[in-house]
Design a protein around this ligand. Structure first.
Ligand SMILES: C[S@@+](CC[C@H](N)C(=O)[O-])C[C@H]1O[C@@H](n2cnc3c(N)ncnc32)[C@H](O)[C@@H]1O
Length: 242
């Protein structure tokens, strides 16, 4: 094929440049967690598919899309109303933020709950990011999306060992799983791999439980505005531990 007919290699900015844009987008993903998502998305093959559950204003969407410029990103979010998530105004910000980051062409927004889309989903997924509704029942359903991941693929879950619902879902479904192996976490961003699971892998999940209990305690202290007590257990922020 003549050179002028070949599709150009998309510009591939480095992580620092992309995070410089992403950090101005409202959200809860930390820089270290964005880096972990970046590294996972970079491993997605050309033409591969990344599915993100819970996109909000697009902070993590921008990181995922920029890291894998030849992959598709399906971003799922119903844009729920309320003070926390902001409803349809958040969808407008999501579109504007993706446009500013130059990743619009790569991202397909599905404005729906993940639990509504999952039963009719058929496509294989190369990397899955779960950061939607954090209650036990939704997380339990969101874990069913891992059925679309091939062996060796990864899933990252935000608010693991921090949110009560997410953690109970992990204990109920991932702890006994023979297919999802716990790798590690960056703050509350936990990484899992589709791979055989050993007893040691399960013990590493259980070893996170003291950190989970500490985080639940910190959240209680923050709600009670007992910030000095939260500092005593090493939490120096007024935001929840993420
Ligand atoms: C914590 S925010 C996501 C933040 C985003 N991943 C980031 O790092 O920038 C959670 C999002 O999940 C969305 N959400 C709530 N229920 C959902 C559901 N059932 N399916 C998918 N997304 C949901 C909310 O509208 C909200 O935008």
């Amino acid at each position: 094929m003549p050179a002028e007919q070949q599709s150009p290699t998309p510009a591939h900015p480095d992580f620092e440049t992309v995070y410089g844009q992403a950090r101005d987008i409202g959200g809860w993903l930390t820089q270290a967690q964005a880096r972990a998502l970046w590294d996972e998305a970079r491993a997605v093959p050309d033409g591969g598919l990344i599915v993100e559950i819970g996109s909000h204003q697009g902070r993590s969407t921008v990181v995922l899309a920029a890291a894998a410029p030849r992959a598709r990103v399906v971003a799922i979010d119903p844009f729920v109303d309320g003070a926390m998530f902001g409803g349809l105004a958040t969808r407008d910000r999501f579109h504007a933020n993706l446009a500013r980051a130059g990743v619009v062409g790569q991202v397909e927004l599905r404005q729906a709950k993940s639990t509504q889309l999952r039963p009719s989903w058929t496509e294989p997924i190369d990397f899955l990011y779960i950061d939607g509704k954090h209650d036990y029942w939704t997380l339990s359903d969101d874990l069913l999306w891992t059925r679309f991941l091939p062996d060796g693929a990864r899933v990252c879950i935000h608010d693991a060992y921090s949110s009560i619902g997410v953690t109970l879902g992990l204990l109920r479904h991932v702890l006994p799983s023979r297919r999802l192996r716990y790798l590690d976490r960056t703050g509350s961003l936990a990484r899992f791999e589709v791979a055989p699971v050993s007893r040691a892998d399960r013990l590493r999940i259980l070893a996170e439980l003291p950190w989970w209990l500490r985080n639940v305690g910190v959240k209680v202290l923050l709600r009670l505005r007992l910030y000095p007590l939260a500092r005593l257990v090493g939490h120096h922020d007024r935001a929840d531990p993420y």
